[in-house]
Structures are given as structure tokens and as C-alpha cells.
Design a protein around this ligand. Sequence first.
Ligand code: FCB
Length: 444
Amino acid sequence: MLTSTHTFPKDFVWGAATSAFQIEGAASTDGRAASIWDTFCRQPGAIVDQSNGDVACDHYHHLDADLDLMQRLGLQAYRFSTSWSRVQPDGIGAWNPKGLDFYDRLIDGLLQRGITPYLTLYHWDLPQVLQDQGGWANREVALRFVDYAETMAERYGDRVASIATHNEPWIVATLGHEHGIFAPGIKNRRTAFQVSHHLLLAHGMALLALRAAGVKAPLGIVLNQGPIVPATDSESDRAQARFEDGLLIRWYMDALFHGHYPADVLAHLGDDAPQVQDGDMRVIRTPLDFLGLNYYTRSIVGSEPPTHPPGTELTDMGWEVYPQGLTDLLVRLGREYPLPPLYITENGAAYPDVPSGEHVHDPLRADYLRRHIGAVREAITAGVDVRGYFVWSLFDNFEWAFGYSKRFGMVYVDYASGQRIPKDSAFWYRDFIAAQSARHVTPL
Ligand code: FCB
């Protein structure tokens, strides 16, 4: 029996998310310069299907139709990112008027259709020229980021509901600079931790600069998180889970909310620990107006190769479907940190969707979303202040090292023709949002 306390707060925001490199295409159009992902895609073997972001969903050229589609799907909010190398091709100095204009048209088009824009500044596509100067391993790049953030905020800050600095700094640092499986493809642990420090520093510096400039939009950051659980109760598995929790969760949360990196991780890193200058941690701890969390799954870690119990549901990424992990994560963070309002800035699943006629039947995706939305509701009931939820993703798109082989969209994209086909999950979400707006209690 659902009671009124199980509904979502009245102003709860329902949206969908994308990022610039994954959907825009138009990679060398209207003055856009290469980003590190353009370069990385050209490394043999880097992308499973040898694809790249040159065309992607060609959203750059489908802007109006895509906006109309979002409206038809009843989205209240849309989270997108700006492409730094589109608006500032040299990574320093001149701004590209055509690039800036594209995001004006996007934001105005959203507002005209009653959809609230949520801006992310950095979703992994560093201008290649800045990588040539050392990329995020170079402290100077933090200053370039502040400059970029100031210009974006000055131009768009009065029309967006919030501005997030980085999307998932853990991915940039760890997959991009330690494992080398994401751009820029570096494999060096020490570099990775220096990068993570500079990303956080750039974030804090940008927040201070934007506040000083009087930017009204709430400011925050987006982290990828999920519970890390030991495979067995053994001492070593529990120690490993605790350590990996330190790398993924506490490294970022302790820095942002307590102003220090976790001592156990620093001790473990030894010489690989980042160089931190006086005052850096105070900058990083600058209070957030909101925190975005991206949740997909939990991780099970231990000395044996991870195995899922029989019957575990997996998505096409091989990720376990585990909605309880989202409730657990939110409740735990609420207990351990002085949190600002939270947004689930990404949640969703890849499945190998195939159109049948005019339709794409994706019952597993709608089921995934429904259960994870229920998990958010559980956390709210437990007292966690969550204000919005964004499905990853609006469209099928370029899934990084997986290229176009994984489909996360609520809208199917036929890459050969550019055709968009809303999947059944898009209609399910549309109806769910409508029911929420009508204050109907939806069984989840
Ligand atoms: C997140 C990314 C997003 C997308 C999803 C599946 O880590 O932020 O761009 O790739 O995973």
C-alpha cells in the first residue's frame, strides 16, 4: 500500500542526459577543433568498432527536430555538456562565435519548449591543444578551465538551472590516465592521481571564480559512484573493498566535503600520491550548491575474479542490475557527509535493441528505470534530499571505447540514416512523468 509519503517531492525534476562528444558530431564544422577523444578514436584498437565522434547522432545538424522530440517525450529537464573545443578551439584566447551560438540555440530552444537546461562544462573532451601542453597533468590547465567556465557561465548562466564543472573525474583520472582505456590513453598511476587533484582543483577554482562573478545558477560537480562490496567475508576481500571504496568514493567525497584525501589511500599510494600545494584543499572544499551522482551498478571485489551469483540480471555492458545499491549509496552518503541537495544526473542501461517496424521494444530498460526510480524514492523516504533524476541517455550514442556497439538511449538512433525512433521506454517515461506531474502515485 503506497502512502502519500512515498510520492516524490512536488518540485522533483524529471529529465534525460547526454554529452557533447557522444551526440553532436559535426566534429570539424563551424570552427570546432579536435578534442582528446577525436585523437584517441584514431588510435588503432582504442574503440571496439573503430568508430569515432565525427558524426555520432549528428545532433548539431538535427537540433530543432531533437528539441521537438524532447518536448513530445514530455521531458521537464535536459542535461547536456558544452564542447570546449567547439567554443574555444585553441583552448586559450579567442572564442568561436558559431560554437557559442549553437549552445544559445540549444538553451533557448529548450526554454521555448518548457524544458529546463542543466549544463555540464566538462564531459571528458579536453581540447587536444591543451593535451599537447600536458593536459590535466599540467596544473596550468586548471587555469584554462577557469577561463572556459567563466565564459560559459557569463554567456549561459542566467538561462540554465545549474552548472556542473566536471562529469565523473574518477573516470577521467583512472580510465584515462591509469588504465589508458579512455582518452588520452595514458597508463601511469602517478599521473592519474595528479590529474584527479588538478580536476578537483579546477573545479574549486571555477566555483570561486563564478561566485565572485555573481553567477546565479547553482554550482556543483557530478561524481560516478556505487557501493563496493567484498565478494566474501574474508579479511583480504573486505580490505580490498574498503580500499577501492577509498579510490572511488572517499577520495572525491572526503576532498570535496572534508578538505582532505583519505589517509589510508594516501598511505597506500606512497610516491604516487599527488603533489598538493598549500591552500589547494581549501579551494577544493568550496561549498557546493548541489551534488550530481551517476549510478549504474555496484562492484563486487575480492581476490578471486568477480563472479555474479546465478540468476543475476546483467545489462549489455555486463553490469549487474542492482537498484538497492542506489538507495544504499544515497543513504550512506547522507549519513557520512554534509550533503547539499542531490541530483541523480545519470542512471540507465544498455540493451541490444532492435527496431521492429516503427517500434523498439525495450521492456528491460523501462523495468530498470522503474526500479531505480523506486530506489531513489526509498532514499527520499529515508530522509535523503534528492531533487531530480536524469535518465542516461536520451539517445543511443557514442559509448566511448565501446563506440556505437552499446545502446543506452530511450530513443533509438539509426546511425546510417540519422533516424530517431523513441523506444517503448521513452513512452513509459513520458507517461510516468505525466502521472507525477498530476500528483498521481505511481506504483513502482
Ligand atoms: C557514464 C558517462 C556517460 C555514459 C555512461 C554510460 O560514466 O558519464 O557519458 O558513458 O556512463
